[in-house]
Write a protein that binds this ligand. Structure first.
Ligand SMILES: Cc1cc2nc3c(=O)[nH]c(=O)nc-3n(C[C@H](O)[C@H](O)[C@H](O)COP(=O)(O)O)c2cc1C
Length: 193
């Protein structure tokens, strides 16, 4: 299977990347594919809030016309059996590039298509001190609204000060549960809406 990791960190070799690399190792061990994309390397324009003029204007096709990397990301999301979002905490919230993506993803859920519905999702987060819980909660609410299935025990956070072994155990659990849920093809064929 193919799984997708989306990194909202602004830097190379940060803690989000460290967590995603642990995740990748676990997927590798299971013989599953896992691709990491770094939002900082991509061009993702701002949401133009078309839906405020007319709800029907907010579609994937129209959003793709902005001609940036969003269509490529949406294609990978569609293909993925599960998605892991990794965001740094920026002022108790997800990073701006991550939130920008969440805003653009409105076009993927607004038409109630099956791009995200029934897809397992997990959110992990890096913080220096505090605020991971609120950043993760902020992320999870729109993902549920998009019809995604939040993994049981599907969140963890890391500041570099915790016991690495415990963080590793959380990440392993996430991979384990995501592979299990991802293998249930009935999840994506069900009409959740
Ligand atoms: C603009 C900005 C705001 C931040 N706000 C917080 C915060 O509210 N709480 C916190 O614990 N760390 C905060 N940090 C620190 C980062 O969350 C922390 O360094 C994290 O490791 C960054 O992720 P990365 O290592 O994947 O790059 C902030 C960092 C930046 C750049």
């Amino acid at each position: 299977m193919y799984f997708l990791g989306i990194n909202g960190s602004y830097r190379k070799n940060g803690l989000d990347e460290k967590m995603l690399n642990i995740v990748k190792k676990e997927f590798d061990k299971k013989g599953e594919g896992f691709e990491i994309i770094n939002l900082r390397e991509l061009d993702i324009k701002r949401c133009e809030a078309c839906l405020l003029d007319d709800l029907k204007l907010c579609t994937p096709e129209r959003c793709f016309k902005l001609g940036d990397d969003f269509e490529m990301i949406a294609d990978k999301m569609k293909k993925a059996a599960g998605i892991i979002f990794a965001t740094p905490v920026h002022w108790y919230a997800p990073s701006a590039i991550m939130w920008n993506l969440i805003e653009r993803m409105t076009s993927l859920e607004n038409t109630r298509n099956k791009i995200l519905q029934g897809k397992p999702v997990s959110v992990i987060s890096a913080a220096a001190e505090d605020g991971a819980q609120s950043a993760i909660t902020n992320m999870i609410v729109p993902l549920i609204h998009a019809g995604m299935i939040v993994l049981p025990f599907g969140m963890t956070y890391y500041s570099g000060k915790e016991d690495d072994k415990e963080t590793e155990a959380y990440l392993k659990r996430i991979v384990n549960n995501m592979v299990f849920l991802g293998s249930l093809s009935k999840l994506s064929s069900h009409d959740w809406w």
